[in-house]
Design a protein around this ligand. Structure first.
Ligand SMILES: [Zn+2]
Length: 183
């Protein structure tokens, strides 16, 4: 019984922290940025963008106009993925709450995050493509199978060479992963 209460407490805490963290980030970033509806513009040398899904804000770093249309469309779609983001957070919370804490729960935390993220990122990419956004790949498909596996698992987005492929728009992301690793 005690174990169940501890697990439940961890589960609820992870959910709570995951959501509240974004509001805190929003409050901190808001001080140094210009806010326009649900977009925060932050001065930065390196253009980038991210989304605070639960706080319903996207953050655009860099000089105005320096960021690609694709990136802005992609991030704006993340705000429409609250249900998926919540499922992702709940999966991470569930594995975090597993007792006893083990390698299995650690891998569970990691894979539940990465695997759901592929789906989240792909949907955001498809939205950006459908609005005419163009994605520019930063790297080519590695020849080594291990390097490809690492690209999939360490970059939370699907690898660049997948994102620009024609198949990416039609095929299931998990199918693309298996095909890329075994072929
Ligand atoms: Zn994204």
């Amino acid at each position: 019984m005690d174990k169940l209460i501890v697990s439940l407490t961890i589960f609820v805490s992870v959910l709570f922290i995951g959501i509240v963290k974004q509001y805190i980030q929003y409050i901190i970033i808001r001080r140094n940025s210009r806010e326009d509806e649900n977009t925060l513009y932050l001065d930065s040398e390196i253009p980038n963008a991210s989304a605070l899904v639960f706080a319903n804000k996207i953050i655009i770093y860099g000089k105005l106009g320096s960021l690609s249309e694709f990136a802005i469309l992609h991030e704006s779609y993340h705000l429409k993925q609250k249900k998926l983001a919540l499922i992702q957070l709940a999966a991470v919370a569930l594995f975090s709450a597993l007792l006893p804490f083990s390698l299995f729960s650690l891998l569970g935390i990691y894979f539940s995050y990465v695997l759901t993220n592929w789906k989240i990122e792909k949907d955001a990419d498809l939205y950006a493509f459908s609005r005419g956004g163009k994605y520019e790949a930063r790297y080519k498909r590695p020849k080594s199978r291990l390097a490809r596996l690492i690209a999939w698992l360490l970059d939370t987005h699907p690898p660049d060479y997948i994102r620009i492929s024609e198949e990416y728009r039609r095929k299931n992301i998990y199918y693309l992963f298996i095909k890329d690793i075994i072929s």
